[in-house]
Ligand binder design. Structure first.
Ligand code: IMP
Length: 186
């Protein structure tokens, strides 16, 4: 089955492919499908933003589309950066901002989670949602070279997601969990 992923984020595309390709799904990026757009993420929830992104591509191409909206929720910051994760600071400074805001906060108050909402729109335009989460905590410094975004500061157990292999991350990540839910409705 061919499916368009409504994203311009190469890391998300890679993770969707790592999980879905071995299951026989052919994940095509919106760029490969000829849709050169970036929808405005005006929603206040991950579900709303996933829906906005999927619908923008569906309205253009009228083929099955999936879109992911995801982000980091830090309990000590009342859920921030949340849906603003991609806009929390200039590129290359987002992890640093979270670390700065948690300076002096003890380990047991550094709990956080990644969330991922996926919107799937089928050929007829019907939308369905699945979601996934990954619980962890924010470390005290960046560690690891893998992954992307906030992975170097997000600890699951004693390792950050950036210190894990792609397979290890996908097995426990918010996106991995949401994608496995998605395959139940595809
Ligand atoms: P959006 O879904 O395009 O709004 O972007 C979500 C933002 O959340 C990304 O740009 C990253 O900063 C962050 N994010 C989402 N998923 C992950 C992940 O798996 N690892 C690290 N950061 C993530």
């Amino acid at each position: 089955m061919k499916i368009i992923l409504a994203t311009n984020n190469k890391n998300k595309l890679r993770e969707f492919r790592e999980i879905l390709s071995p299951m026989g799904y052919d994940v095509i990026s919106q760029a490969e499908a000829g849709a050169d757009i970036e929808a405005d993420e005006t929603g206040t929830t991950f579900e709303e933003n996933a829906c906005i992104k999927a619908k923008a591509i569906y309205d253009l191409l009228h083929v099955p589309v999936i879109a992911d909206d995801s982000g980091l929720e830090v309990d000590h910051l009342n859920g921030a950066p949340g849906v603003y994760s991609a806009r929390y600071a200039e590129p290359g400074h987002r992890c640093e901002r979270v670390l700065r805001e948690l300076e002096g906060v003890p380990d047991d108050e550094r709990t956080a989670r990644f969330r991922c909402a996926i919107c799937f729109i089928d050929e007829e335009g019907n939308a369905q949602f699945v979601s996934g989460a990954c619980e962890g905590r924010i470390g005290h410094e960046k560690r690891g070279e893998n992954g992307f975004g906030y992975d170097p500061i997000f600890l699951v157990g004693e390792r950050t997601l950036a210190e894990m292999s792609a397979d290890e991350k996908n097995a426990i990540s918010h996106r991995g969990n949401a994608i496995r839910e998605l395959t139940k409705i595809l």
